[in-house]
Design a protein around this ligand. Structure first.
Ligand code: HEM
Length: 340
């Protein structure tokens, strides 16, 4: 009897110890961080996002900011990048091309109405043309390589295939990063060299009222730069500065701003970029097929005297006066070969 009682007592002690151990083990497990359970996380993802504002993962690189898997604005930003930006870009760029085509069909080319005089006058120095073409070349490559980031996957990839697309995209990405530096320099030099001629004045109001001679066949007076050119100058300086600042925030991520600022920088950069491209398309149009005699100004550095009379009469007067005041032979006038 005594033996049976001892056996029961021992069994009860063993059971109590076992239950106690099990309980503390369960507690310990409950207190430890739970092991990764992708399904459970997926279920609570939205709740986590709401409670903590962010969902973090694990990583092996030193920059812990890269461990952020989700953050509040992430989905909004993705919708912007994958959908809205495509609409804004397509409407701006294709819309401008369509507008220019219609304008050309309705208005036609702005002709040199008094014909060529055969005498040309220097309009831009070698230095000015160098700065213009350097900035323009960088702009075109930046625009094409940037638009590739936005539209390449949908437009180019199906046409040229994955291998060619990845080779081109890698080269385009290097070009985009490195050409940003001469482009920025170009914007600064353009600002410094043409600021004086681009301060708005009263003549600009008259020029705008008379449609600039582009709408209609009028020839309103203008100094070296008319109101339309001044608008292009300020647009290039302001949009160029904004695109450079936002671009450098993207090239050197997280140095200046956190994830929210990065998203704003990316959105600003890409929207300014597509609007900038659309505006420069209009500038290219008027400098080439839109106006007879205009390309020579930046191509050769000189324009026909009659072109200067029709489009920049006040500038021509200023130039003529300064030539008349110099004793040396006028360096700015030359007779064109093959013309009288
Ligand atoms: C200083 C000048 C510039 C800098 C530093 C710069 C930098 C950058 C960077 C770092 C990116 C992100 C690339 C990536 O996601 O891998 C980018 C994207 C882009 N850039 Fe620029 N960029 C500059 C000028 C321009 C110009 C002049 C244009 C066009 C006129 C342009 C158009 C674009 C476009 C369209 C994107 C793609 C936006 C997107 O879909 O995410 N960029 N740029």
């Amino acid at each position: 009897m005594r033996c049976a009682t001892r056996v029961w007592r021992t069994a009860a002690i063993v059971a109590a110890v076992f239950i106690g151990l099990n309980f503390s083990a369960t507690l310990a497990v409950a207190q430890q961080p739970s092991p990764t359970d992708p399904n459970a996380n997926a279920v609570h993802e939205q709740q986590l996002l709401q409670e903590f504002g962010r969902v973090h993962g694990l990583g092996s690189i030193p920059d812990v900011r890269s461990y952020t898997i989700e953050q509040p604005m992430g989905r909004t930003w993705r919708a912007f990048h994958e959908v809205w930006l495509h609409w804004i870009g397509a409407i701006a760029v294709l819309g401008m091309i369509a507008l220019l085509a219609v304008f050309y069909l309705v208005r036609g080319r702005v002709k040199l109405e008094s014909g060529r005089s055969g005498v040309s006058i220097t309009r831009f120095s070698g230095y000015e043309r160098f700065v213009h073409w350097m900035t323009a070349t960088c702009f075109i490559i930046l625009a094409l390589s940037g638009l590739n980031i936005t539209f390449g996957k949908e437009v180019l990839l199906p046409l040229i295939g994955a291998d060619a697309f990845s080779t081109w995209s890698r080269a385009a990405k290097y070009a985009h990063n490195f050409l940003s530096f001469p482009f920025t320099l170009g914007i600064i030099l353009i600002f410094l060299m043409w600021l004086r001629g681009n301060i708005p004045n009263r003549v600009d109001i008259e020029w705008i009222k008379r449609g600039g001679g582009i709408v209609g066949h009028d020839h309103p007076p203008a100094y070296r730069f008319n109101a339309g050119q001044k608008a292009v100058f300020w647009m290039v300086v302001l949009a160029g500065t904004a695109i450079a600042v936002s671009g450098y925030l993207l090239i050197f991520p997280f140095y200046v701003t956190a994830i929210f600022g990065m998203q704003i920088a990316q959105m600003a950069h890409s929207v300014i970029a597509v609007l900038f491209v659309a505006a420069i398309l209009a500038h290219i149009y008027i400098g080439t097929i839109g106006m007879e005699g205009a390309f020579e100004a930046m191509g050769e550095g000189s324009v026909d005297l009659n072109w200067a009379k029709e489009h920049h009469s006040l500038w021509l007067e200023e130039e003529s006066a300064s030539i008349a005041n110099t004793t040396s032979p006028p360096p700015t006038y030359q007779h064109r070969q093959g013309t009288t």
